[in-house]
Design a protein around this ligand. Structure first.
Ligand SMILES: [Zn+2]
Length: 168
């Protein structure tokens, strides 16, 4: 009998990072507290919220409110650059640096998905013959986040991110 039930089993839910853009936590450019980027008013004829939909930056602390109607999102600048949101280019709130690179997430659900993956000792990959979504959050995590020897360090980084939200 293998003690498989004692392991944290993880199955990729196939979420992509675009699934976590409904409410992105960023640092407010005015007061440095937590602000959110949410969907802006829908223009007539829009096909639901998507990457090209307008977005609104809202800070409940200082009242800052800005609209973004930019048609394109900014490209992600790589694992060693501080992570920013794709609409306004503001610093993500849920991020911290480790000696390997940045741990970052758009929202708490996104962070939780990364945490569950890192905690898992048994990870079910997407089968090679599967034609579904491949560029998932999990599939795109850098190699150092997937290594067991870095597990504790990444989990500590995630705990720091949670703490930064509590003290904000
Ligand atoms: Zn503010």
């Amino acid at each position: 009998m293998s003690p498989i039930s004692a392991h944290h089993r993880f199955r990729d839910p196939r979420s992509t990072r675009y699934d976590f853009l409904a409410s992105v936590l960023v640092r407010c450019p005015t007061c440095d507290k937590v602000a959110r980027i949410v969907a802006g008013p829908e223009p007539a004829g829009a096909h639901g919220p998507g990457l090209s939909a307008s977005r609104r930056l809202v800070c409940r602390n200082c009242g800052t409110s800005r609209e973004s109607n930019r048609g394109n999102t900014m490209s992600y600048r790589g694992p060693y650059e501080p992570a920013v949101d794709p609409y306004f280019g503001l610093r993500l709130w849920l991020r911290t640096e480790t000696r390997h690179g940045w741990v970052w997430a758009y929202d708490l659900e996104h962070l939780d998905l990364i945490k569950r993956f890192v905690q898992a000792t048994l990870r079910e990959g997407i089968p090679w013959h599967d034609s579904g979504r491949r560029m998932t959050v999990v599939a795109r995590l850098p190699a150092w986040m997937q290594q067991a020897k870095n597990r504790d360090e990444v989990l500590r980084a995630i705990a720091r991110i949670h703490a930064s939200l509590l003290h904000s």
